[in-house]
Design a protein around this ligand. Structure first.
Ligand code: AFP
Length: 337
């Protein structure tokens, strides 16, 4: 039998002595939340049988929408532990304060509880994304400033993919590590240690239905991606799920680039900087890749709003830098608000 490492063991073994309290505990809280959400996601198809979201089910209980449920689970797993000073969720307009009856801690959690939720009804992979920052000022913990930090200052980031298996992938700045949930024993087991992008990318991923809405340099970049040997681009195939976590995970394993560019009438695209772009940018750099808004590293962008969106190019460095080249050469920088 090969050596089995649980996520708990791995978290404890790979953190320095000083980080074995709040930080390790927070990662483990997220792993536990992931198991609870995974259990519910796997039953999503049964909603047709036991009642639709928003209705009363046969047990007489209110059905919650899955993304609201996931949001609740993460908040309730983390609000009382004394590890966090504030949370920000993609589901909420406002920041999520630690209830006054609980102690505040040194970390900040930003998260998208269930991304790709339009895929739930059709049984396609969805995911949770999270990022962890340190709070800036211990004496005034839990302010907006603690949340509005650049991705460069993340101390950890990760995602949970609810796919053919449930996986939790995270980095604390020491490589990217993946764990697969064994549902029989209810444990995340180390399955992908120190994940790195391969040198030969396999895929490009973008919603081609928006081609007419993309600015000219983006169209030229896509033509370059499609051009194979004539353009000097690597031979790529196209894959697009429409669930960022699933698209990202595939490209992390197989190499490639995911793009959600600006559009003529949507200059900042769709992807949220704080909840999606920055945590995944942190992971991709740890895996040897790069993420950009077309002009600069995603990790260097200082957020000004918790829900701000950003054009997003992420994957193998050579492919993302090529996007920057097209965008910068054309001198048509995405307009910032
Ligand atoms: P939903 O949660 O509304 O399904 O959005 C998912 C998402 O933010 C991200 O996961 C996808 O990559 C992207 O949107 C897909 O958007 P398009 O449908 O516009 O391609």
């Amino acid at each position: 039998m090969t050596r089995i490492t649980t996520i708990e063991r791995f978290i404890l073994d790979s953190q320095p002595e000083y980080a074995q309290g709040d930080f390790s505990g927070l990662l483990y809280d997220l792993a536990l939340a992931a198991k609870i959400i995974s259990h519910k996601v796997n039953r999503a198809g049964l909603l047709d049988i036991i009642g639709e979201a928003g209705e009363i089910n046969v047990q007489g209980e209110d059905q919650q929408k899955l993304d609201v449920y996931a949001d609740d689970v993460i908040f309730k797993m983390c609000d009382h532990t004394g590890r966090l000073c504030i949370l920000a969720s993609e589901e909420h307009e406002d920041l999520l304060e630690i209830p006054a009856r609980y102690e505040k801690g040194p970390y900040v959690l930003v998260y998208d509880p269930l991304d790709g939720s339009s895929n739930i009804d059709v049984n396609v992979s969805i995911g949770t994304v999270f990022g962890i920052y340190r709070c800036l000022d211990w004496s005034k913990r839990g302010r907006k400033e603690d949340v509005l930090q650049p991705g460069r200052d993340l101390v950890a980031a990760g995602y949970i993919l609810y796919g053919s298996s449930t996986m939790m992938v995270y980095s604390t700045g020491r490589g990217v590590h993946g764990f697969t949930l064994n549902p029989d024993i209810g444990e995340f087991l180390l399955s992908n240690e120190d994940m790195k992008l391969g040198p030969s990318p396999g895929y490009y991923s973008m919603n081609a239905a928006y081609y007419d809405r993309w600015p000219r340099p983006v169209k030229e970049y896509v033509q370059w991606l499609q051009g194979g040997e004539d353009s000097g681009a690597p031979k790529l195939s196209s894959r697009y799920i429409g669930s960022l976590v699933a698209d990202f995970h595939r490209n992390l394993l197989k190499g490639g680039v995911f793009c959600y560019p600006s559009e003529i009438d949507k200059p900042l695209g769709k992807i949220r900087l704080l909840y999606e772009a920055a945590p995944l940018a942190f992971l991709i750099e740890q895996a040897g890749g790069y993420a950009s808004d077309g002009t600069q590293s995603i990790l260097d962008i200082m957020p000004t709003d918790t829900h701000q969106r950003v054009p997003f190019y992420i994957g193998n460095r050579s492919l993302v830098e090529k996007a920057e080249e097209f965008i910068q050469q054309a001198n048509r920088l995405p307009i910032r608000e």
